[in-house]
Ligand binder design. Structure first.
Ligand SMILES: CC(C)(COP(=O)(O)OP(=O)(O)OC[C@H]1O[C@@H](n2cnc3c(N)ncnc32)[C@H](O)[C@@H]1OP(=O)(O)O)[C@@H](O)C(=O)NCCC(=O)NCCS
Length: 189
């Protein structure tokens, strides 16, 4: 049985567990062309995680998944340019950092965005993803938001199905082909 905790409610020594930052940096794979692989994303983003924007699913002591969200112009990752320059050098680092900022900026139009969702491979198909989505909706509702939005990649039918089964509806197809995502939303009680 998993239990779900807001990252900022964890005891400080538990939140400092590198496994949690590692889990979170598995996300944003669609930005690998800017942010590199998961190990690279951990070096770029792992030091500036906003734990008040992350729900973690624990099976016992082990974190098996997360849902990250964004509201009030604050998402799970802080925008820090230094790690980008360290990782890629001045020119490439600056370009990649600006690209990442633009992708973050684009999402700020959503009042409450379900920014990322991931479950460890070994824990999938046991309801953890759905539990995280429901917990995220409950969290948004508790903060007074009337609806929750997300963007699902066009090539991820599994995630799209999961969201549909959890009360989300598809938005109309976008005119702009990039990024290749489809908007979804759900009204909150
Ligand atoms: C998408 C993802 C988060 C789903 O996580 P999950 O924990 O497998 O999700 P669930 O277990 O709640 O649901 C998956 C399927 O298992 C089924 N299921 C749920 N509980 C179950 C249980 N107790 N026993 C058997 N099957 C179960 C669900 O019916 C669902 O199938 P359906 O979508 O056809 O209805 C996971 O596959 C993942 O991390 N993928 C990679 C990252 C990703 O794609 N993220 C989404 C980005 S938008």
């Amino acid at each position: 049985m998993v239990h779900i905790v807001l990252g900022s409610d964890l005891a400080p020594e538990r939140a400092a567990d590198p496994a949690l930052a590692h889990l979170l940096s598995q996300g944003r794979g669609s930005l690998a062309f800017l942010l590199g692989n998961a190990a690279c994303r951990l070096r770029l983003l792992g030091g500036g995680i906003h734990w008040d924007r992350v729900l973690l699913a624990f099976d016992g002591e082990q974190a098996v998944g997360f849902a990250a969200f964004k509201h009030g112009r604050r998402g799970p990752f802080g925008l820090h340019w230094r790690p980008f320059l360290r990782e890629f050098g001045v020119l490439s680092g600056a370009v990649r950092f600006v690209g990442f900022c633009l992708s973050e900026l684009r999402e700020w139009r959503y009042p409450f965005l379900l920014y990322g969702l991931r479950v460890d491979k070994a824990a999938r198909n046991h309801g953890v993803g759905s539990a995280l989505v429901q917990a995220c909706c409950a969290h948004a509702a508790s903060l007074g938001f009337a609806h929750i939005e997300l963007e699902v990649p066009l090539d991820n039918p599994r995630a799209r199905r999961l969201y549909l089964h959890n009360g989300f509806a598809l938005r109309r197809k976008r005119w702009v082909p990039f990024p290749p995502v489809r908007g979804m939303w759900r009204v909150l009680p």
